[in-house]
Design a protein around this ligand. Sequence first.
Ligand code: ACM
Length: 265
Amino acid sequence: MKIALYQFAPLWGNVSGNLKKIESTLCRHTNIDLWILPELCTTGYLFNSKTEIGSIAESFPGGQTDSWLMSITKRLNTSVVMGVAEKCNKNIYNSAVIFDNGVHIGTYRKIHLFDNEKHLFDPGNEAPAVFTVRGVRIGVMICFDWIFPEAARTLALDGAQLIAHPANLVLPYCPDAMVTRSIENRIFTATANRIGTEKLSGRHQLTFIGNSQVTNISGKRLGQLSKDREGVLIVDIDPAEADNKSINQNNDLFLDRKPELYRLN
Ligand code: ACM
């Protein structure tokens, strides 16, 4: 599977402008099986209120990003995982949608909201799900989900071979933590982060750390982008490698677990 990550600074509050920007990048590449784009990459990240983000959040199906995704994935015969602000009834979610060749495969709603996101979004209340795209089992997490190893473990136990991880990272630890998520689950991970700085009415400013990366089942980085420049990272992976949970002749990562001795609550 040829996967591509696009790291950039979304235009704040400008869904059409971001779709145009993303489209021009996607169209410059051929034969990509799966694109992974950052969290909230159609809207930007910092908003004053739920009403403000709600005014540009979109429905799936029904919004312009939904139509655009159906059309672009079909035209380029590719699949896309990307972060969006999703409106569903009265709720607003920080979501990632998955489309393949003109079809909406599924949606994941971020479970673990970070900091001020708690004032903007409703938390997802469904377990992280694994979606099959082109025969590859893809688990989706969004940004801060990384700090809860239970999320990646749940996806791995459900058969995920690759975790697609749209992000707007501000804390510096995540790229290294994702190396560990790979090692402890023997899975590939692909973190598509954003760059740039956003400021909210002069009082709250965030700088995003870039460093988008792909790790293999041994935690090796197969590629990493810079901390502050726009870029595309293209990596070929063999997802079947993630099906082998054997560490050595005597240890299997999953068979050796002792859930009866672990505390979950
Ligand atoms: C984050 O979850 N966007 C830090």
